[in-house]
Ligand binder design. Structure first.
Ligand SMILES: Cc1cc2nc3c(=O)[nH]c(=O)nc-3n(C[C@H](O)[C@H](O)[C@H](O)COP(=O)(O)O)c2cc1C
Ligand code: SF4
Length: 317
């Protein structure tokens, strides 16, 4: 029986905004910059390919107000809007001295980090973004605070209790939620099973994040091999959930939406390889898709600081 793809193209309204379908581009650093002509072209091209929400790559919060301003970010947002997609941006926790472990941060550093998140959110709102996403996943700083193994603090931001290890994430969300207001989405990316914590801990965090103002949970297992349906348990918390990891296997994406394991599916490498993946699925041109073959050369580009490209391209689409 032919796969029924219509559930992937059902619109979804969240807050006062309408997503044209269930296909999201997850944040992916592509080393083109985000205010450069090359960066804007990259994101505009993915928006034109039919994704409903494009999440711009992890961007250090310390860059906002200096190098990144509402004025110089606006062309990126306008380009994505004109191509028909909503635009969000992932905000990456960074301290000015590049501290990577929770124990390295003083109380003043923590307060500054939260202020930097708020300033970044204000600039993104002024630039016209539809959403912001604190990066709480993949073993980076916010995720380390949540991990009982990686968080060696003994004050109220660490120690044995989940409440303490959730405190930084919650304070950030409380600081940015009023800036998002009734219109902008507040997403949060989290890895559901990590070092020293499991799904039940993550569900408690999810509930607290929602209570503090998160509108969409972006559930990203750390390993690309892990099944995307680790997102499913979070749906019972009552906000839309994004599932990711090899969702460009079409039957997997359809199943996630049809069986209500997720509200949205994120297509990462699939959209690097072929930005028109959503439109080609929509208009039944599956055979024209340049499928990702998981060679992971784009990760090598990422790590080596080169423009991220797909190894299969003859020329950039
Ligand atoms: C080149 C590249 C850059 C990435 N950069 C980020 C990032 O900035 N933030 C993030 O949370 N995940 C990042 N990821 C992970 C993706 O968002 C996504 O979770 C992962 O690729 C799995 O989805 P996929 O199987 O559809 O590719 C990146 C992945 C790739 C391939
Ligand atoms: S470089 Fe490899 S892993 Fe990356 S998008 Fe292309 S085929 Fe997929």
């Amino acid at each position: 029986m032919a796969l029924d793809i219509t559930p992937l193209f059902a619109p979804l309204s969240i807050k006062h905004r309408l997503l044209r379908n269930r296909l999201v581009m997850p944040p992916m650093v592509v080393n083109r910059g985000i205010i450069s002509p090359e960066g804007i072209t990259w994101y505009e091209r993915r928006a034109r390919g039919g994704a409903s929400l494009v999440i711009v790559e992890a961007t250090w919060i310390t860059r906002f107000g200096q190098e990144l301003t509402a004025e110089n970010l606006r062309p990126l947002v306008v380009a994505m809007h004109e191509a028909g997609a909503l635009a969000a941006i992932q905000l990456f926790a960074a301290t000015s001295d590049g501290a990577r472990s929770p124990a390295e941060l003083s109380r003043t550093d923590i307060d500054t980090l939260i202020d930097d998140y708020a300033r970044a959110a204000e600039i993104c709102a002024e630039a016209g973004f539809d959403g912001i996403e604190p990066h709480g996943a993949h073993g980076y700083l916010l995720n380390r605070f949540f991990s009982p193994v990686q968080n060696e603090r003994t004050d109220e931001y660490g120690g044995d209790t989940l409440e303490n290890r959730s405190r930084l994430a919650l304070r950030i969300v409380q600081a940015v939620a009023p800036i998002c207001g009734p219109d902008m989405f507040l997403l949060y990316r989290h890895t559901p099973v990590g070092q020293g914590y499991g799904l039940q801990d993550s569900l408690l965090l999810g509930a607290a994040l929602i209570n503090a103002g998160v509108d969409i949970l972006d559930i990203s297992p750390a390993s690309v091999e892990a099944p995307g349906d680790l997102a499913a348990p979070f749906r019972r918390l009552g906000v839309p959930v994004i599932a990711v990891n090899e969702m460009d296997r079409l039957e997997r994406a359809v199943e996630a939406i049809t069986e209500k394991r997720a509200d949205l599916v994120a297509i990462g490498r699939g959209l690097i390889a072929d930005p028109d993946w959503p439109l080609k699925i929509r208009y039944n041109r599956m055979e024209d898709i340049l499928s990702c073959i998981r060679c992971d050369d784009c990760h090598v580009d990422l790590r080596q600081g080169r423009f991220v490209r797909c190894s299969q391209w003859e020329e950039e689409p």
